[in-house]
Design a protein around this ligand. Sequence first.
Ligand SMILES: C[S@@+](CC[C@H](N)C(=O)[O-])C[C@H]1O[C@@H](n2cnc3c(N)ncnc32)[C@H](O)[C@@H]1O
Length: 291
Amino acid sequence: MLSVFSKLWPRPAATAPPTPPTGVEQVRNFYNNNTDKFMQVYGEVIQAFRTNQVTDYLDYTIQSAELRDGQRILDAGCGVGGPASYFASRLQADITGVTISDYQVAKSKEILADKTLKGTVTIRQGDYHDIDQLFGENVFDRVLFLESFGHSPDQNLLIEKAYKVLKPGGILYIKDLFRREHPNAEDGRRIDNIIAAINQAYAYNVADFTEVMKTIRRLNFILLFVKTPEIRTEEFEHLTISNDFQNLFDIGKIISWEDYVFPIDFYEVKVMKPPFDINKEKHLYFLNRPQ
Ligand SMILES: C[S@@+](CC[C@H](N)C(=O)[O-])C[C@H]1O[C@@H](n2cnc3c(N)ncnc32)[C@H](O)[C@@H]1O
């Protein structure tokens, strides 16, 4: 009788207790302590979803986020400046990077010293939740979060800040990982447990896609696209680097694949701040993008 009962009501897998979100100070310590390890494995570009030749992925980013000559670009959560310096080697753009880690700022100086740039790159220490105070409002053509958004403990506020610093018609581009929806209760518990482990190991707060979209829509951002990055399978790096990193440094190491359910989706989210003042022109609906 008991066995029938327990089949009908399988015992739930142990669920990780809810943990408070990772705070900004924790993230700063995480990168101050681990940037050398990241660089040993990832090089200058600290992104898990990438191509075998990482510059192919950065070229893809240029095209996908529509980075162009003459733009003022904010790379929010810029790491050691690998992406920013690559973009500025290709474009006559004015790129500002902000990272919470003072150690990364120091590293970025070494990296920039070796580069020949068409544009300019300035990297500074700061909290990306303060970008409106740091840089002023309506100043950037692009705000990029390249696998940096999910560190934020207050992602609604962060999107609001990105809105403020963008010029009307400017674009917010987020490339990051998002919690997968639960396909069923059992796999859902596994996903939640694995995400709790990722958050703890990487000082992350893996984003909830629905929450992010709610804020984006509340602010009247214009949705340009949401998609999985369009990388050819033969060029995709297959997350080997992330596995190497985990094995080498024991950070987020996966002990067993037995209960493993792939817990996240990688997405690009691209949205535009309306080119008109939405609070004055409430009767307008946006149809055509200005070129
Ligand atoms: C996974 S790394 C990605 C770095 C970079 N985008 C790249 O592609 O190499 C995450 C970055 O987000 C930055 N970051 C996280 N929280 C931040 C915050 N509150 N303010 C500024 N930067 C932050 C970290 O310092 C780190 O540079």
